[in-house]
Write a protein that binds this ligand. Sequence first.
Ligand SMILES: Nc1ncnc2c1ncn2[C@@H]1O[C@H](COP(=O)(O)OP(=O)(O)OP(=O)(O)O)[C@@H](O)[C@H]1O
Ligand SMILES: [Mg+2]
Length: 511
Amino acid sequence: MNSSISNKQFVGIDLGTSNTGVAFFDETGKPKIIPNIDGEMLTPSVVYVGPGCREILVGTAAKNMEMLEPDRVFKEFKREVGTDKIYALEEGKEITPEFLQTQLLIYIHNSVIKYFGDSTTGNIKVVVTCPAQFKEHQRQSIKKSAKQAGFDILAIINEPTSAGLAYGVNEKQGDRLVMVSDFGGGTYDSSLISYAGGEATVLASNGDKQLGGKDVDDILLDLVQKAFQNEHNLIISAQSHPADWFNIREEVIRQKHMLSSRTEVKLVARIEGKQVVIPVNREMLNMIVKQLMDRIENITLETINKAKVDKKEIKHVLTIGGSSRLISFQESIKKMFGENCILAGSVSPDMAVAEGAVIHAAKLISSKGKTIVDEGLRAIPAPSISHVDCMPHSLGVAVFGAINSGSHKLYCSAILESNTPIPCQATKAYSSVEDAQTEFHVQVLQGEEDQKFEDCLVVGDRRLNFPARPSDKDSIEVVMAYDNSGMVNVSVKDLISGNTEDITIDFYSNN
Ligand SMILES: Nc1ncnc2c1ncn2[C@@H]1O[C@H](COP(=O)(O)OP(=O)(O)OP(=O)(O)O)[C@@H](O)[C@H]1O
Ligand SMILES: [Mg+2]
């Protein structure tokens, strides 16, 4: 029996909108970032697809193709994972966000294999992170891509929880409440974590999948567009001036970054021999990103509400994600939690998520009784932290509104409520709709209690046959369980015949 596993057999991946990072568990039991094949610590989440999909480039190489062939370069596709978005290529071929996600993970897989060299055998096990707000089918899509890329998936973990693990394993400050605020390239996530006795408990999570540094870039680009129109009567866009647009966007991003350390910058852009110069200082930036910051505040306050904690009790905020460097963001956080709330220096804002993912992987492996060993077969101590996450959303089944209320519309009856600590299981009993009914259509929903069916996501669907029964009392029981690796199990029990049927949750049907 093999009860040990090499530290070169598992990694943690932060699959970001802008950048992807991967970490391993080093000989000393600390997470360490693995450089990619091109020697960089982070891989831009960008994929170039050549004609006929024959050539695929990932990362900086793909980014560099943007000026030459902008229509073949794809980025920020994480925002589209799980939607029916299709990217059409010139030659009529269509590709999906999942395809791009898989290509990115293949590149990461190759980078890991190169770094580990001969010291690894078999499939690499992995924990991949995703925004706390990702729905089930989006999580399944990541699992599918990771598998296609050659990884064995151990679990999917929420990004802020992961960063919280990286922080918790380093800090020996005793019990405390920490708000983790992750402002990245495409998403904002906030989780309130309570640290006590070596365990991190996520009290609540909330977030927006469409709120990140990209939105700041778009606002700045809009300023440039307007300036060209006003000063030169020139209408510019990505379509009309692809190469110039690429340069302008790069410049805008560069200046945005500078503004995090300087008080004023100038956006300089040139097109067709015409130039605009737009001075931007911090006050102006604060003003133009105010709406984004208001959304961040609302999401963060909502997290506190969900956790039923008094805001005054929160004295520490762990700010992570590249966009957390924006001064406007830091000011918003300080406004909410006080001048000295930001925990500085304990984890890297860019690496914490990947680091936490490998800590979780090591924890999962050791909890299964395996000893993690280095190349000399010396045991590496398992991380001293564990965590309890909570349901990011509710899961339930579709039910008809009360018949005598005249409503025949379908609604969600939540069985596992959002914010319940994971793992969890709950049971709810239902009656048939009609007396003579023998067919039961069970639709498993991701949705909140009483939410209209149309607004929920169907994650499982099965028609079951049971004997007829009176409709005036509960005769069907639905048991729903959510485990630590994010798997959902649903079984339906006919209380009359005693028969039980399991429902396979087929997330892919929603893609
Ligand atoms: N100094 C800086 N000032 C302001 N913004 C910055 C700075 N450095 C990086 N950023 C921004 O951070 C964003 C990328 O952050 P990060 O790498 O954390 O995102 P991600 O993890 O890929 O995205 P997500 O977590 O949203 O999926 C980009 O929008 C980038 O412009
Ligand atoms: Mg991120």
